[in-house]
Design a protein around this ligand. Structure first.
Ligand code: NIG
Ligand code: FE
Length: 402
């Protein structure tokens, strides 16, 4: 594997989860891993012989971005729902009337493997263009055993022809599919007894997620899903307290979830429980914006309790149709009041933690050499644009991404 030496870089490291910089720095990547980094003045010739050199000329170099919450595998469009919402219908009303998640399920089931893969690949490429080097992809629009596994397989297969790392999550408990209408508990049985065991035994998912909400699954049902995940050795995550306070955060904490996501309606006690459990709070400003929500997530409480905050796209056709993680960084600042440094930590180191990946998201010796190089001098420049910002170069596993 080729070795790479990046010189004269303004390194943003996030070591220990904290914003830190090395003004005129160098970074040596060997076999895809950061073998040395530090001030230019400390760089020794012997350490990097034979390496390809890349002069960053003072540019900002951050960890490669991590999008820790996406629903990239789907077919069809939900543009009609924007019109319905503009006429005053809520997300819950649209879902109850047969729109929402189940309408995307119908379109996704009807799509061929090639169509579904092509649509997902387009969205993945758009994310990558902004410097994303790790993406989480959830299933959740198949909602039967074969279609959920198919979506996970398609998601995993994309790593073969995209220079990106993909982490997959089984979201069988996303909604009750039409064939189980009125029999949510029977569907939960299917998720627990057939979907989770298959996803685990076939190595198709790294975690199990669910939608805990009055229009989806209640805490008792989610508990059964989490018990099954635990039996099969999978960590859990949860869409929690997005539209109402359903006790999702406390439940996620009880199962030491990797993350609890959304959290607009979470109480102080819920935030405290998550922080104590070591979970990450994933904030999703795209969904907040697109659903025209008004209840802000309790950011002050998250800071007070030291809950690590990640920022993600939640890319999906119904509540957050975006493939721009940097726009989410911008929105996290403008709508939720994060500082640019907090938001950038949320799209790098804390996002990696939300996926249980401790080998990335931070620039430090021994971590993966996944980097993004920006024509910028400070993190605020990455947060100050509404879309359109692109890294000048991306390094993935120690190589310049073409
Ligand atoms: O994260 N909240 C549940 N799941 C998605 C929405 C999915 C959809 O509407 O298709 C979310 O917002
Ligand atoms: Fe989501």
């Amino acid at each position: 594997m080729a070795n790479l030496l990046v010189t004269h870089a303004h390194l943003v490291t996030f070591r220990g989860g904290r914003f830190a910089e090395i003004g005129d720095g160098a970074l040596f990547a060997k076999d895809g891993v950061i073998a040395w980094m530090g001030p230019m003045a400390d760089l020794r010739r012997a350490d990097h012989q034979g390496a390809t050199r890349l002069d960053a000329k003072g540019a900002l170099v951050t960890p490669g971005l991590v999008d820790c919450h996406t629903h990239l595998v789907y077919a069809g469009s939900r543009a009609n729902e924007l019109q319905m919402r503009l006429q005053g219908k809520t997300y819950a009303e649209i879902a109850k009337a047969g729109g929402g998640i189940v309408s995307t399920v119908a379109a996704t089931r009807a799509a061929s493997n090639a169509q579904l893969r092509a649509a997902t690949s387009r969205r993945l490429s758009a994310l990558m263009a902004e410097g994303v080097t790790t993406v989480e992809i959830k299933s959740g629009y198949g909602l039967d055993v074969e279609h959920e596994l198919r979506c996970l397989r398609i998601a995993r297969s994309l790593a073969a022809d995209h220079a990106v790392s993909i982490s997959t999550t089984l979201l069988g408990a996303h909604a009750v599919p039409p064939e189980f209408k009125g029999r949510a508990d029977d569907y939960v049985d299917l998720v627990c007894d057939r979907m989770i065991p298959r996803a685990a035994s076939e190595g198709l998912a790294s975690a199990v997620d669910g939608f805990c909400e009055s229009i989806a699954f209640g805490p008792a049902q989610m508990k059964r899903v989490f018990e099954s995940a635990r039996r099969h050795g999978l960590r859990v995550k949860l869409h929690a307290d997005q539209l109402s306070d359903g006790g999702g955060a406390a439940l996620a904490a009880e199962y030491e979830a990797l993350s609890a996501d959304h959290l607009e309606h979470t109480t102080e006690a819920g935030i405290e429980a998550l922080a104590r459990a070591g979970s990450v709070g994933v904030i999703l400003p795209g969904a907040f914006y697109y659903l025209r929500e008004t209840k802000l997530p309790p950011i002050a409480s998250m800071r007070r309790h030291g809950l690590r905050m990640a920022v993600a796209t939640d890319c999906n056709p119904g509540t957050s149709p975006t493939t721009s993680l940097l726009t989410m960084v911008n929105m996290a600042c403008v709508l939720f009041g994060l500082t640019p440094e907090e938001a950038l930590a949320g799209a790098t180191c804390h996002a990696a933690a939300a996926l249980g990946l401790d080998d990335r998201g931070v620039l430090e010796i021994g971590r993966r050499a996944d980097l993004a190089i920006w024509d910028a001098h400070e993190p605020a420049e990455l947060a100050a644009q509404i879309g359109g910002m692109r890294p000048t170069q991306v390094i993935f596993e120690g190589r310049v991404r073409q």
